[in-house]
Design a binder for this molecule. Sequence first.
Ligand SMILES: CC(C)(COP(=O)(O)OP(=O)(O)OC[C@H]1O[C@@H](n2cnc3c(N)ncnc32)[C@H](O)[C@@H]1OP(=O)(O)O)[C@@H](O)C(=O)NCCC(=O)NCCS
Length: 153
Amino acid sequence: MLIRRASPDDLPLIRALEQQAETAAHWASREYDALFSPDAPRRVALVAADESSAPHLHGFVLARCGVGEWEIENVVVAKEQRQRGLGAALVGALLGLAREAAVTSVLLEVRQSNIAARKLYEKLGFSEIGRRPGYYREPPEDALILKISISVP
Ligand SMILES: CC(C)(COP(=O)(O)OP(=O)(O)OC[C@H]1O[C@@H](n2cnc3c(N)ncnc32)[C@H](O)[C@@H]1OP(=O)(O)O)[C@@H](O)C(=O)NCCC(=O)NCCS
């Protein structure tokens, strides 16, 4: 399995993974289609790909790149591949790129009830810096704001 940058050809498989994950952030197809357009906000998208046979994705992570600060917008691992370290590998690879880009912090929002995601981020060193009451819909729920500070080598 290889973690690499996503390409436009990966978009159908990225969308399929996202749609199978109830707790993932859900985007409209036009938002995915715009990911690689020249005037889109700068983002990093990484995929965990199995390229030994037919192209197959086991997970992805997507982040928006601001000046000095990145925001993780989504991370999904295929159900059959969970709890084997792949989520940590994907987010860890993203943090490595952030460090190389001299980014000082990476932020994200997560549903309070999303224990799997919270454990993943906690393991990687994120800590809670705030809460947005009632931020999520269907069902309504608070968002926790998590952050990791990155030390530049
Ligand atoms: C969140 C998600 C990406 C985690 O991926 P993963 O590949 O299973 O995570 P990892 O195997 O790297 O696990 C990282 C840590 O989280 C813990 N963890 C993962 N899933 C867990 C679960 N269901 N319950 C408790 N802890 C869990 C692992 O045990 C591990 O900690 P450890 O090393 O101390 O054991 C995956 O569950 C997922 O795709 N969920 C649906 C989409 C989603 O909710 N995304 C987050 C949006 S903010």
